[in-house]
Structures are given as structure tokens and as C-alpha cells.
Design a binder for this molecule. Structure first.
Ligand SMILES: N[C@@H](CCC(=O)N[C@@H](CS)C(=O)NCC(=O)O)C(=O)O
Length: 224
């Protein structure tokens, strides 16, 4: 739910990205969480993904990445920390009890730290290795790590709708990580494929994705 007024939180997003990144930039996670709780926000577009970032931006996000989140005098970077902040403000995405809160945060960190690196490695190799003679060998080396994590995740999810009893910030990040994986990796695990489809069917995902795509043009070239 994008809103123009300055009284609402602000998130940063890119004005343009290369083809492979279109619809995959991480501001979607923050937009999705905000839309889940009906919190309007505004976006600040910061140029192309590979453009240099201004010193003021690097102060807010030391790695020059998207998203940065501002709410009044609070400025946060890292989607994980932003989602905990949003979740704490509204119990629907992050249970208030210590056990439930801890499990939801554990799943979110598992998505960021145990699952995403394995999947992202394959994406980077595939994008940067196109046409090279090392790509096949590198994929063969990296793929078993992703397969093992997905297999364990599939086992843990079982036949539940969400990672815990209720949908949480853990599901937002895990589903966003999985939807960016090569579908071939998910194919052996129908419960993961169905889990991603369930997440993408949520009205808040759809409104967040529509706003995300509306802000961003496709076609920025890859740097050499
Ligand atoms: N760990 C960061 C990662 C953010 C991130 O990877 N942002 C990408 C877009 S999806 C980016 O801005 N990349 C440009 C760069 O790394 O220079 C987070 O979760 O917020």
C-alpha cells in the first residue's frame, strides 16, 4: 500500500535493475510485511542497482543496498532487522510470547542464513558463468548444498501451511527466498512448491509485488 504522505514509514527501492533481478529485489519483503498489517508506506527510489551510492546513503546502509527503512527518527537496514521491527509493532506477524517470537525469528534467520546463501550462490554462478567452461563444474559443486537444505526444510514443514502454527515474518522471508530458487530445485518437494504458491496467493504479497514492479524498470545492464 504505497502512500505519498511523510507521516508513514519510508522504504528505499531501485528505479531500474537488470532482467534477472526484476521482481526479486529485497524491498518486496518489507512491502509484503507492511501490506500484511495494513500499514501504508512511501518509497524513495534511489537510482539503478549498480549506480554509486551517495555517502548519506552509505551511512544508512553501509553496503549500499536496498532496502533502508525510516520511521520517524528510526533508520534501519537489513531486511531481517526491519521485519522484526515491523513484527514487534503488530503481533500478527510476530507472536508476542517469547517462545512463539523466538521460533518465528529463528525461521527468519534460517531463511537468511542457512537457505538463501545456498540458493543465491547458484543464481550468481548461473548469471556470471553464462558461456564459460567452468559453469557446469561450479554448479555441480554448489548444488548439493542447496539440495540438502531444501530437503531438510521440506521435512520440517511437513504438511503444515506455514513454518509454525501462524503465518509470520519467518514465512515472508522463507517464501521470498524459495520463490527465487530455480523451480527445478523445489520440484522434488511438492510441499515446498505448494508453500510458495500459498504465500504468493496472499493478497498482501500480490499488492506488494504490484507496487514493487510499478516502481522499477527492467533493463539495466550487468556490470562487466
Ligand atoms: N542482507 C541485505 C541484502 C540486501 C540486498 O541484497 N540488496 C540487493 C538488492 S536485492 C542490493 O541492493 N544489491 C546491490 C549491492 O549489493 O550493491 C538485506 O537483507 O537487506
Amino acid at each position: 500500500m504505497s502512500a505519498p504522505t511523510e507521516a508513514v514509514p519510508e522504504i528505499t527501492a531501485y528505479r531500474s535493475v537488470p532482467d534477472f533481478a526484476y521482481g526479486r529485489i529485497k524491498d518486496i519483503r518489507v512491502r509484503w510485511a507492511l501490506d500484511e498489517i495494513g500499514q501504508p508506506y512511501r518509497t524513495r527510489l534511489i537510482g539503478g542497482i549498480f549506480e554509486d551510492k551517495a555517502p548519506a546513503y552509505l551511512h544508512d546502509q553501509p553496503f549500499g543496498q536496498v532496502p533502508v527503512y525510516k520511521d520517524g527518527d528510526l533508520t534501519l537496514f537489513e531486511t531481517g532487522s526491519i521485519l522484526i521491527h515491523i513484527g514487534d509493532a503488530d503481533g500478527r506477524l510476530l507472536p508476542r510470547d517469547a517462545k512463539g517470537r523466538g521460533r518465528a525469528i529463528s525461521w527468519m534467520i534460517a531463511a537468511l542464513n542457512s537457505v538463501e546463501p545456498m540458493i543465491q550462490t547458484l543464481v550468481v554462478l548461473t548469471v556470471k558463468g553464462q558461456g564459460t567452461d567452468w559453469l557446469a563444474g561450479a554448479i555441480d559443486a554448489a548444488k548439493p548444498f542447496a539440495e540438502q537444505r531444501l530437503s531438510r526444510l521440506s521435512q520440517a514443514l511437513g504438511d503444515r501451511d506455514w513454518l509454525e502454527e501462524h503465518f509470520s515474518i519467518g514465512d515472508i522471508v522463507m517464501i521470498d527466498v524459495l520463490r527465487n530458487a530455480n523451480p527445478e530445485l523445489l520440484a522434488p518437494h511438492p510441499n515446498l512448491t505448494a508453500y510458495v504458491a500459498r504465500g504468493k496467493a496472499r493478497p498482501a504479497f500480490q499488492s506488494a509485488m504490484a507496487a514493487h514492479l510499478a516502481d522499477c524498470a527492467v533493463g539495466e545492464p550487468l556490470p562487466a
